[in-house]
Design a protein around this ligand. Structure first.
Ligand SMILES: Nc1ncnc2c1ncn2[C@@H]1O[C@H](COP(=O)(O)OP(=O)(O)OP(=O)(O)O)[C@@H](O)[C@H]1O
Ligand SMILES: [Mg+2]
Length: 411
């Protein structure tokens, strides 16, 4: 049974500050300090473990600064409210903190009264957010009577499409593992297989032979969220949901691009992220999905044909009017012995490389053959760390895009 107290996490690299804040709060009956972190990184980790209502966040810290940590925490755990505590009272910091999703900004050292009222305001916000997001994030499969899953009034989820213009470059591998990296109980992810002829996402997670998009696409105009929940494959080990491709290639044509887009938009209302794996061929399905994606993860390898195709694809995106900011360009199967470095690839194509995922056949091939994504059981391997850093780049990009569009809206 969760307590009614406002659960607070303190994030500050200075032990004395952590102690002072703790002391200021110790006599408040409705406030409970549940933990203290010494760096931005630890703050992110403890936020996930403890799911506090309010995080009191310092700005200048050794590994990840408080503003970036705020962005990441707010992306992962939207109900957590962040109050920034900083010696810098300057406008620029305040603006950046707010753009990162901070709820409040106090200069150090705060008075007890200021601190407590900021915590109470943030605590109330957190409760309201939790109540709002309850039906979407989490509880649909855990005991709500069927039919009670209403479409929530949340802002839409984000569509992240993964594409490689060269077959076999690792598109499906990256899509599956990126979806796992983005998914958690509070931030639900659905992975959609847009390779309608030869889709293999279900094989990658060892869940073949179940429902497919054919159960959804033809009745896309009359869907109910709980029906969709039933049709999606639930990957037991992770909780990730998957919309699989048809069982046989000749069934692909039963899904039109229009239906496919409607399905994506529907899922966008149910999930925090819709991750899409695509086929190399640029058909109507893939192009219309690219069009409505928030972010496109473009994969190359260090081989000339792959780089050449990436250049052609980047040209096409430009023609389609897709902003460079929406493209997260990555190198997969990276091998440091190959002279073509990711930096050179990025310079050459005038599109910076956002993440590099190393070649690791010992980890990747068995994971594909066993149907167990390496993000589940090999998290500490360099290849998994590469995918985590890709997930961070995707989140950071989405935040930047949102901040820019908010700024544009205010102008
Ligand atoms: N970083 C990596 N290190 C080693 N092997 C990898 C890596 N990424 C992918 N692979 C391997 O490359 C092969 C192709 O991967 P995958 O099926 O993900 O590519 P794809 O681009 O989706 O291919 P397709 O064009 O068939 O859809 C797989 O056998 C996979 O194990
Ligand atoms: Mg594939």
């Amino acid at each position: 049974m969760p307590s009614d107290n406002i659960r607070v996490l303190i994030v500050d690299d200075v032990a004395e500050t952590r102690e002072n804040v703790r002391k200021l709060l110790q006599f408040e009956a409705d406030v409970e300090v549940v933990g203290a972190a010494r760096s931005g990184k630890e703050g992110i980790q403890l936020s996930q473990e403890l799911t506090p209502d309010v995080v009191l966040m310092d700005i200048n810290m050794p590994d990840i600064d408080g503003i970036s940590a705020t962005e990441i925490i707010r992306q992962k755990l939207p109900h957590v409210q962040v109050v920034i505590l900083s010696v810098q009272g300057d406008q620029n910091y305040m603006r950046r903190a707010m753009l990162a999703g901070a709820r409040d900004f106090l200069t150090k050292p705060p008075t007890g009264d200021d601190l407590i009222s900021a915590i109470r305001r943030a605590g109330e916000m957190s409760r309201a957010e939790r109540a709002k997001s309850g039906p979407v994030y989490g509880s649909t499969a855990t005991g709500l009577p069927s039919g009670s899953v209403a479409l929530p009034q949340l802002s839409e989820g984000k569509i992240v499409l993964v594409y490689s213009p060269k077959g076999g470059a690792g598109c499906t591998t990256i899509a599956v593992n990126l979806a796992m990296a983005l998914h958690n109980e509070d931030t639900r992810v659905v992975l959609v297989d847009a390779n309608l002829q030869f889709g293999d996402v279900a094989v990658f997670i060892n869940e073949q032979g179940k429902n497919t998009i054919l159960e959804i696409a033809p009745r896309v105009d009359e869907l109910e969220p709980d029906v969709v929940e039933d049709i999606l494959i639930k990957h037991e080990a992770s909780g990730l949901r998957v919309l699989a491709a048809p069982q046989r290639p000749e069934l692909a044509e039963k899904v039109s691009a229009e239906q496919f887009v409607k399905v994506l938009k529907y899922l966008q209302r149910m999930f925090a992220y819709v991750v899409i794996d695509t086929a190399q061929i640029l058909n109507d399905i893939t192009l219309s999905a690219i069009d409505i994606s928030d972010v496109i993860v473009l994969i190359t390898t260090q081989e000339i044909p792959a780089i050449k195709n990436s250049r052609l694809f980047l040209d096409l995106l430009h023609t389609m009017g897709i902003d460079k900011q929406r493209i997260v360009f990555i190198v997969n199967r990276f091998d440091k012995r190959i002279a073509i470095t990711p930096e050179r690839v990025g310079e050459n194509l005038k599109q910076e490389v956002a993440a590099v995922i190393p070649m690791d056949e010992k980890v990747v091939i068995p994971s594909v053959n066993r149907g167990v994504p390496f993000m589940l059981d090999n998290k500490s391997q360099p290849v998994a760390r590469g995918v985590f850093s890709l997930a961070e780049s995707v989140r950071a990009r989405l935040i930047a895009i949102e901040a820019d569009s908010e700024m544009a809206g205010k102008r």
